[in-house]
Design a protein around this ligand. Structure first.
Ligand code: NAD
Ligand code: DAU
Length: 336
């Protein structure tokens, strides 16, 4: 692994992975990112110039993608439209990026016979009942609920077909909910932290009973690197860190850590088709590759994340107003 092409490297997880790659390998990294509303060049600040090239462009641009894939030995594919609420309001960009964009990358990787790693989500498996003792495994049938998760499922199936039909040297990973610094303020944890910092009451969908399986973004990055370096071609690996918590519990933690009363939030209309619970069995990753999450103390990770948003208001302030305007328009549509 000498020249790695990272798509979506200006996003939340992609940028964390680029920092991780530069710190833990000697590879040269080229980032391909369209800098949509979710991408931020500043998330790559501080990296040595001789280790990083940045290209602004669309993963569905086949000429550009062909050129960049030809110049790399490994492609790690993070770029996506990633937010469920946006996919309910306007699904089209999810088809264009998540499906057509992934297809475009796969064709280039096939032409040039490049090692390919596809980043995906546990949401492709649908959801579990709150009292179900089971967790998702690599054998769980696909059953996506939202436009976002169905396009991610489609992209996973494309990767699997390219492995089987064309012998593409690809691996896949499906991870649970990430948290940590540099996550867009549209997502649950940063939205509530920045609401509190702005004097806006946090918003909990439905009754707050839905469960997510939280993992620190640093652990996602170390797992992806382990798979890229040592994973078996053709295999899927689930990534998680035993972090199941209800949304109400996470919000209670945020309120406590930020010194607010435990009832200083609003219940708002539930998300359409809202998945109830995600839970990951990551034993394959542990048993095959010896990977373990290093940041399992959720309280400590959450406190550090809150401090990051406190200290980096200039990073998120520009997105906050538009994000809250979007959420107000969703609420207004519900009220009509
Ligand atoms: P993000 O929305 O923060 O970042 C996405 C990045 O992709 C942005 O930098 C954006 O500019 C870029 N991008 C979007 N469309 C593009 C296009 N057409 N061409 C080039 N670049 C484009 O997303 P994230 O939360 O960092 O998620 C990254 C990946 O991880 C996604 O594939 C997502 O499905 C997956 N994932 C996310 C989570 C999570 O909790 N956030 C969990 C599991 C898997
Ligand atoms: O499971 C992995 C997935 O996790 C990734 O594939 C997605 O890219 C990522 O966005 C995330 O999806 P979720 O829909 O679970 O994340 P989100 O941060 O949008 O919401 C987390 C939970 O919090 C969910 O149950 C909805 C709820 N929620 C969200 C917002 C924005 C609220 O209660 N209030 C809110 O304001």
């Amino acid at each position: 692994m000498k020249d790695v092409l990272v798509t979506g490297g200006a996003g939340f997880i992609g940028s964390n992975f680029v920092h991780h790659l530069v710190a833990h390998t000697d590879a040269h990294v080229t980032v391909l990112d369209a800098l949509t509303y979710a991408g931020d060049r500043r998330s790559l600040a501080g990296l040595p110039e001789n280790r990083l090239a940045f290209v602004r462009g669309d993963i569905a641009d086949s000429a550009l993608v062909d050129d960049l894939v030809a110049g790399a030995d490994t492609v790690v594919h993070f770029a996506a439209e990633s937010h469920n609420d946006n996919s309910l309001a306007e699904p089209r960009p999810f088809i264009d990026t998540n499906v057509v964009g992934t297809f475009t990358l796969l064709e280039a990787a096939r032409r040039h016979d490049r090692r390919f790693h596809h980043i995906s989500t546990d949401e492709v498996y649908g959801d579990l009942a709150l009292d179900d003792p089971e967790r998702f495994t690599e054998a769980t049938p696909y059953n996506p609920s939202s436009p976002y998760s169905s396009t991610k499922a489609a992209s996973d199936l494309l990767v699997r077909a390219w492995v089987r039909s064309f012998g593409l040297r690809a691996t896949l990973s499906n991870c649970s909910n990430n948290y940590g610094p540099r996550q867009h303020v549209e997502k649950f944890i940063p939205r509530q932290i920045t609401n509190i910092l702005r004097g806006i009451r946090p918003k909990l969908y439905g009754r707050g009973l839905n469960v997510r399986d939280w993992i620190h973004v640093d652990d996602h990055s170390s797992a992806v690197l382990a798979i890229v370096e040592r994973g078996r071609v053709g295999e899927t690996y689930l990534i998680g860190a035993d972090g199941e918590r209800s949304n109400a519990d996470v919000l209670a933690d945020i309120l406590r850590l930020m010194g607010r009363p435990d009832d200083a939030f609003d219940f708002v209309t539930d998300r359409a088709g809202h998945d109830l619970r995600y839970a990951i069995d990551w034993s394959k990753l542990r048993d095959e590759l010896g990977w373990e999450p290093a940041r399992r103390d959720f309280d400590a990770g959450l406190a550090a994340t809150i401090e990051w948003y406190r200290a980096n208001e200039d990073w998120w302030a520009g997105s906050k107003e538009a994000t809250e305007a979007f959420y107000r328009s969703v609420e207004e549509r519900h009220e009509r």
